[in-house]
Design a protein. Structure first.
Length: 120
């Protein structure tokens, strides 16, 4: 069993924190990172170690929080699925923030009220 950087989670967290701010402004805020590198990270590409550590510092998260066991990446739990959906909805530039929050709550309620039990 190994550990891998969850690039999808990293991308979602970066998109969420950046919000509607431009890539260039955000890259300057992070420091020593280009807007094109930031765009690649937001598209799920693997950053180099220096970029990864800069992003963790900017996100105010421990690097360990963004690593998952290999099996967790292959079969996400309901809670990580919900978190990913919520982050993606709130990061979407096509949705009004109030709509994104409402949709996130709707998805949470659907998971909570689903009578089927998962095999996990």
């Amino acid at each position: 069993m190994g550990y891998h950087l969850d690039t999808g989670l990293l991308a979602a967290r970066v998109k969420t924190k950046r919000g509607k701010k431009g890539l260039r402004d955000t890259a300057k805020e992070i420091g020593n990172i280009s807007s094109s590198t930031l765009s690649r990270v937001e598209n799920g590409k693997m950053p180099d170690m220096e970029t990864f550590l800069l992003l963790c510092n900017w996100l105010q998260v421990s690097p360990a929080e963004l690593f998952k066991k290999t099996e967790e990446l292959e079969a996400p739990s309901d809670s990580s699925t919900l978190e990913t959906i919520e982050i993606q909805l709130r990061a979407s530039k096509k949705l009004d923030p109030a709509v994104a929050n409402a949709l996130a709550e709707l998805v949470k309620a659907a998971y909570r009220d689903n009578p089927q039990q998962s095999d996990n």
